[in-house]
Design a protein around this ligand. Structure first.
Ligand SMILES: Nc1ncnc2c1ncn2[C@@H]1O[C@H](COP(=O)(O)OP(=O)(O)OP(=O)(O)O)[C@@H](O)[C@H]1O
Ligand SMILES: [Mg+2]
Length: 326
């Protein structure tokens, strides 16, 4: 059995909500339950897609895996080592070099006043002691990888288009040859035509660099393009996990079925409720219902769903679903 590169174990993340002074005195402290009991492994060389609607906890999970946010409970291991137990600066720096993150909005991650050369030199200056010549060579190689010209290195990063900025953010994250990348909605802020270019580039780099990746998106189509396996998350819980093929051919959780039907060309005469999600049911991490997280939007609830929370259960090898009805 392969040992996972990343292990996410019993992870909870709850944010206390800042309340008025009277509520606090009354002891009425509310919490936003962003993540609830996440267990997930990511194996070396694979891309795990994490998909779910806005606010369901995807970015929070990405940040915790990166070690830039701490969980309320549970922990993350990288190659068997808990990242919250790393003590020496040396160990923390070494891990930071091996795992990197690409964010949704390239404009907010690149300082528009820095030149492309400065942006790309930064990671090297933190981790290596390169001569001017060596640094220039590395930068030239990186720019070539993503189809940018070496002559562009003197331009300010604010002068590039959004697609180019995301290419720059991508090669910056990949410059230290990390083994693992968290890509958090890396193409959501881009036009559709540019999205395709960036996704193709990511696919090419993924192959060339044998990357392991957590790829986050609210869009199942996009997740499908790059992922070997897909985890579907709803209100801070993984509700289905399986290979990309299984998730598309045999989705078993009503939420996954709903997500899928929204992107597939389903027969308009179809009345089967299993492909539908109840719309207009307001839900938030502040009011997670007792029992199944999805019950309010589900057409196949029973009494049990209102009382008990279904755990992820393996239906077939590698395909798990958190639903009593599946
Ligand atoms: N620092 C924070 N303080 C308080 N609440 C937070 C904080 N960060 C996230 N949350 C809350 O946690 C929940 C999950 O947020 P998160 O950003 O992880 O969702 P997401 O799935 O990435 O959404 P999106 O698709 O919109 O990016 C949301 O209800 C959000 O408001
Ligand atoms: Mg997010």
């Amino acid at each position: 059995m392969l040992s996972p590169f990343i292990e996410i174990v019993n992870l909870n993340k709850h944010y206390p909500l800042s309340l008025g002074i009277i509520d606090r005195f009354a002891g009425d402290v509310k919490t936003i339950k962003a993540l609830n009991g996440i267990n997930l492994n990511i194996f070396k060389g694979e891309t795990l897609g994490l998909v779910g609607e806005s606010g369901c906890g995807k970015s929070t999970l990405g940040r915790i895996v990166m070690g830039i946010e701490t969980p309320t409970e549970g922990f993350v291991k990288v190659e068997g080592k808990r990242i919250d137990e790393l003590k020496s600066k040396h160990e923390i720096k070494a891990i930071r070099k091996r795992i990197q993150m690409v964010f949704q909005n390239p404009a907010s991650t690149l300082d528009p006043r820095m030149t492309l050369h400065q942006v790309l030199s930064e990671p090297f200056s933190i981790h290596y002691n390169l001569t001017r010549n060596e640094l220039d060579k590395r930068i030239e190689g990186l720019l070539e990888k993503v189809g940018l010209h070496y002559g562009d290195r003197k331009k300010l990063s604010g002068e590039f288009s959004d697609g180019q900025k995301q290419r720059i953010a991508l090669i910056r994250a990949l410059s230290l040859e990390p083994e693992f990348i968290v890509a958090d909605e890396p193409v959501s802020a881009l036009d559709v035509s540019v999205q395709a270019q960036i996704l193709n580039l990511m696919k090419q780099l993924q192959k060339e660099m044998h990357l392991t990746m957590l790829f986050i998106s609210h869009d199942l189509k996009i997740v499908r393009f790059l992922s070997d396996r897909i985890a579907v998350i709803y209100l801070g819980k993984i509700v289905e996990l399986g290979s990309t093929e299984v998730i598309f051919k045999n989705p078993c959780h009503p939420y996954t079925q709903g997500l899928l039907s929204s992107i597939l060309d389903i027969d308009p005469g179809l009345t089967n409720h299993q492909f539908r999600i109840k719309a207009d049911v307001p839900l938030s991490q502040l009011n997670i219902p007792e029992g199944c997280v999805f019950q309010m939007k589900c057409y196949s609830t029973n009494d049990r769903c209102k009382k008990e929370s279904p755990e992820l259960r393996e239906l077939t090898r590698g395909h798990s679903v958190a639903c009593f009805e599946s």
